[in-house]
Design a protein around this ligand. Structure first.
Ligand SMILES: Cc1ncc(COP(=O)(O)O)c(C=O)c1O
Length: 426
C-alpha cells in the first residue's frame, strides 16, 4: 500500500489512497467530493474491502461455511454483496431476516438467532424455510413445537462455560449468560435429547458463540475442544463455532488477519476430527469493521487552558455508541491533511446532551485544526450505524458504498420529516 501519512495502514480500508496534498480517497473517490455530494456525518464503505474480507474468510475456511453475522451492518446493500460472495446470512430478528431476504439471500443459507424469538419471528423462519434455527431456550422449543407443522433444521446453542477475554457486555459463552443452554448443569444435554425426540425438529448440529472482539486464540481453542466432544458424543452432523474475531481499532493494536483466523480455526476443528464441510463460522466485525470510515464536520473547538481541548463534531453517540457502551477506543484523523503532523491531544466529542458523548477520549489531531474542517474516525463499519439511534432527535447519517470510482447510497440520510413518521396526534 502507498504512504497513507498519519493513517496507519491496518486501520485503513483496502482501497485507501492519499494524494500529493494529503487528501484521502476511498474506492477511487476523494473524501471531500463524497462529503460535497452526501454531507456529514457520513459512513463511507469500501465495497472492495468488504468483498476482499469475505473472499479471505471463505478461502481460509476451506469447505466449511462462512455465515456473515448481519448485526454488524444489516443492510439490503450488504446482503446483496454477501449473497454474491457466497456467504450465509445470520439474522437475530425479523428485521435482519427481512434485510437478508430483500438483498437476495437464499433462505436455505440463512440462520435465525435470538435468545427470545417471537412467534412471529419463528413463523417467518418456518414459512421462508430458513436453513437453520438456532434454538436458545426451553421456552423457544415449546413455541417452535407448537407452530411447526412440517420439519425444520435446528442447531442447539450451547454455553460451554468459557470466559472469553473480552468486555463483559460482549462475553456470551460463560455459564452465567442469557444465551443458550448451559452445559455444566445438564441443560444442553436435555435440550439435545428433547430436539432428538421431536418429530418436527431435525437436530443438524450444535452452536456456540463465546463473545465478540475476542483476541485470545486460547478462548476459541477451549470452546472448540468442548463443543467437538459434545458433537461427537451425540453423533451430530454440524458444528458452528460462532464469530467474535477481534479487529484492531487503535494505532498500536495488531491482530491476526481474517484469513489467518479462518485457517487456524479450520485446522483446529480438523484436529478434533470434524470434517471441514460440517463446520460453520459466523464473523461479523472482522468482515465489516475496517471497511468503513465515518466523516464528521468540526463545529466547535473549545480550549480550557491547562485542562483539555474539546473538538465537537456533528454526530456522536447516536452514530457510534461503542465508546459509551464499552469504553471502546478509536483514533481520529483529518482526511484532507493526512501528511500534516497529528500530534495535538484533544477530546473528540459529539453533539449530544451527555458528557459521556465522547467518540475519542485522547485523539491526536493537527494543532491548527479549524472549525469547518473534516475529521474522520476509521474502523467504524461494524456496530456503528447498526447500533445507532435517534437520540436527541438526530437524523441518522447517510451510508455510501464506494467502488472503482463510483459512489452509491446504501442508506440515504434520514430527514427531519422521517423522524416524525411514527408519531401520531398531530
Ligand atoms: C451468535 C453470534 N454470532 C456471531 C456474532 C458476530 O460476532 P463478531 O461481529 O464479533 O464477529 C455475534 C455477535 O454478537 C453473535 O451473537
Amino acid at each position: 500500500m502507498a504512504d497513507l501519512g498519519a493513517l496507519p495502514e491496518h486501520l485503513a480500508p483496502l482501497t485507501a489512497v492519499v494524494d500529493h496534498v494529503g487528501e484521502l480517497s476511498v474506492g477511487g473517490l476523494a473524501v471531500s467530493e463524497l462529503v460535497r455530494r452526501f454531507g456529514t456525518p457520513l459512513f463511507i464503505y469500501d465495497e472492495e474491502h468488504l468483498r476482499s474480507r469475505m473472499k479471505e474468510a471463505v478461502n481460509g475456511f476451506g469447505r466449511g461455511q462462512v455465515i456473515y453475522a448481519s448485526k454488524a451492518f444489516p443492510t439490503i446493500a450488504m446482503a446483496k454483496i454477501v449473497s454474491e460472495e457466497g456467504l450465509w446470512w445470520d439474522a437475530a430478528s425479523l428485521g435482519e431476516m427481512q434485510a437478508g431476504l430483500l438483498g437476495g439471500i437464499e433462505p436455505a443459507r440463512m440462520v435465525l438467532h435470538g435468545n427470545n424469538k417471537s412467534i412471529e419471528e419463528l413463523r417467518s423462519a418456518i414459512e421462508n424455510k430458513v436453513g437453520r434455527v438456532v434454538v436458545d431456550s426451553f421456552d423457544e422449543l415449546d413455541r417452535l413445537e407448537r407452530i411447526v407443522d412440517d420439519v425444520i433444521q435446528v442447531w442447539v446453542r450451547v454455553t460451554p462455560g468459557i470466559e472469553a477475554h473480552t468486555h463483559a457486555y460482549v462475553r456470551t459463552g460463560q455459564q452465567d449468560s442469557k444465551f443458550g443452554f448451559n452445559l455444566a448443569n445438564g441443560d444442553a444435554e436435555r435440550a439435545i435429547a428433547r430436539v432428538e425426540a421431536s418429530s418436527h425438529l431435525i437436530l443438524s448440529g450444535l452452536h456456540c458463540h463465546i463473545g465478540s472482539q475476542v483476541f485470545a486464540l486460547e478462548s476459541f481453542r477451549e470452546a472448540i475442544a468442548i463443543m467437538a466432544q459434545l458433537v461427537q458424543d451425540n453423533d451430530l452432523a454440524e458444528l458452528c463455532v460462532g464469530g467474535g474475531f477481534g479487529v484492531a481499532y487503535l494505532r498500536d493494536e495488531r491482530v491476526p488477519s481474517l484469513g489467518d483466523w479462518m485457517s487456524w480455526l479450520r485446522q483446529t476443528l480438523a484436529s478434533h476430527g470434524l470434517a471441514e464441510e460440517r463446520t460453520f463460522v459466523e464473523p461479523g466485525r472482522a468482515i465489516a469493521a475496517t471497511a468503513a470510515v465515518t466523516i464528521y464536520t468540526v463545529g466547535v473547538i473549545k480550549e480550557i487552558p491547562g485542562v483539555r481541548t474539546y473538538v465537537a463534531v456533528d454526530g456522536g453517540m447516536s452514530d457510534n455508541p461503542r465508546p459509551v457502551l464499552y469504553g471502546s477506543g478509536y483514533e481520529a484523523y483529518v482526511p484532507s491533511r493526512l501528511f500534516d503532523v497529528h500530534d495535538t491531544k484533544v477530546a473528540l466529542v459529539g453533539k449530544h446532551c451527555e458528557s459521556g458523548d465522547v467518540l475519542v477520549r485522547e485523539a491526536c489531531l493537527p494543532s491548527d485544526l479549524r472549525v469547518g474542517e473534516l475529521v474522520m474516525t476509521p474502523v467504524t463499519g461494524a456496530y456503528g450505524w447498526a447500533m445507532g439511534s435517534n437520540y436527541n432527535k438526530l437524523p441518522r447519517p447517510a451510508v455510501v458504498g464506494v467502488r472503482r470510482g463510483q459512489a452509491r447510497l446504501m442508506v440515504r440520510r434520514e430527514s427531519i420529516d422521517d423522524l416524525f413518521h411514527l408519531e401520531l396526534g398531530l
